[in-house]
Design a protein around this ligand. Structure first.
Ligand code: FAD
Length: 363
């Protein structure tokens, strides 16, 4: 803990959510000597950017979950936050336990279907097992369909086809252009070329009409998918859903923030990461930058220094198209394939401690 900072005993920051934003805030508060408690429903940080690689490669998932307790000791509490009482300044857990805060950082991120996200109250072991089970299901299937051709879907299709080139892989997307709208057209075309070169079959401009009725992530003899604009039925053995990643706002009202990342109307409450409404893509990289501003502003507010402002970042997005291939955009520039894959995989392969992980984040 920082030695020079002398704080009033009432100072206690509660951070809700230990994703990229929450752990970056916790690390910074820790090095500034500001008392905090980090709350997450899981007992381990999930290195989300590597979730899809962990879905195809056995033994990989264990590198993507890192115990909070090992790093933050008694400053970590496992629990699902059910409500925030702004009047009394308490965070209320599902267990009814209440945690008082002088300052609050909301970092509840986004939620979406497994395997892209893992949003369950769970232990590290069972989270890892979920991914290991999926690897086995993918190995069993002859034909895999990925639904959703945003950034998660294109990565998923590429990961399966790269590790299992003999499997038939089909990607179904409701729009004609693949990957995220924030990306340059040349990057999106590059994504399509890579998928086609790998032999992924693309079904574009078509929506699956029976997705809700399908059993996902489990290999079966025959699964039929119906499309909205075409009478063709796509028959497969396994369906992976990569659609519908949403802001996780179950425990608070949607977070609109000012330029200091303070929730409007509350100068002791900050919101950071994917759960914030800002004009920039929802990225781990940006989430870490928000956290830096929020933690700095808590420190500055305590020592009477002017607050730092946050300026939404430019588009930096790296898509891993299988272990040997990638494409992306860094600060708006379309970047080469090998460079992207190198930086993305390096950040995952050696992340043993928080410090390592921070240094290996995609730049
Ligand atoms: C498949 C995939 C690949 C991606 N690849 C990249 C990439 O290569 N580079 C990149 O920069 N970004 C990438 N992203 C985006 C990146 O993962 C997100 O921007 C990032 O995870 C946001 O971090 P966060 O901390 O805001 O939220 P999250 O990572 O969503 O973390 C939120 C945390 O809050 C916890 N939580 C939520 N609600 C509660 C509650 N009520 N009580 C207690 N705990 C709660 C959750 O358990 C979770 O740990 C990818 C996303 C996906 C889905």
């Amino acid at each position: 803990m920082g030695s020079q900072l002398s704080l009033d005993e009432s100072v206690r920051v509660v951070i809700v959510g230990g994703g990229y934003a929450g752990i970056a805030a916790a690390n910074q508060l820790k090095s500034s000597g500001i008392p905090f408690i980090l709350v997450d429903m899981k007992d381990a940080f999930h290195h989300n950017v590597a979730a899809l690689r962990a879905s195809v490669e056995s033994g990989f998932a264990k590198k993507t979950f890192i115990s909070y307790q090992d790093t933050f000791k008694e400053c970590f509490k496992q629990g699902k936050v059910a409500a925030i009482n702004l009047q009394t300044q308490h965070v209320v857990l599902e267990s009814n336990e209440e945690l008082h805060f002088s300052h609050l950082i909301i970092a509840t991120g986004s939620k979406g279907p497994f395997p892209g996200k893992f949003n369950e109250v769970s232990s590290k072991e069972s989270a890892i097992q979920h991914y290991e089970d999926l690897v086995k299901e993918i190995q069993k299937a002859k034909h895999v369909v990925v639904v959703g051709g945003g950034s998660a879907g294109v990565e998923m299709a590429a990961e399966v086809k790269t590790d299992y080139p003999d499997k038939e892989v089909t990607l179904i997307h409701s729009k004609v252009a693949l990957a995220d709208v924030e990306l340059q057209p040349s990057v999106r075309r590059n994504v399509k070329e890579i998928l086609l070169k790998k032999g992924v079959k693309l079904v574009l401009g078509q929506r699956v009409t029976n997705l809700d009725q399908l059993t996902l992530n489990v290999a079966q003899e025959e699964i039929n998918l119906y499309l909205d604009k075409n009478s063709e039925v796509v028959t497969t053995n396994l369906v992976l859903n990569c659609t519908g990643i949403k802001i996780n706002s179950t425990c608070y009202i949607e977070a609109f923030v000012n330029e200091f990342l303070q929730v409007k109307g509350h100068n002791n409450i900050y919101a950071v990461g994917d759960c914030v409404h800002l004009k920039e893509p929802k990225m781990a990289y940006n989430a870490g930058n928000h956290a830096g501003v929020a933690a700095t502003n808590i420190l500055h507010s305590l020592i009477g220094k002017p607050l730092k402002t946050y300026k939404p970042g430019s588009v930096t997005m790296l898509l891993s198209m299988g272990r040997n291939d990638g494409v992306g955009q860094i600060n708006g520039c379309h970047v080469g394939r090998v460079l992207v894959t190198m930086s993305k995989s390096r950040n995952v392969f050696v992340s043993k401690s928080w410090k390592d992980m921070g240094q290996k984040m995609p730049q």
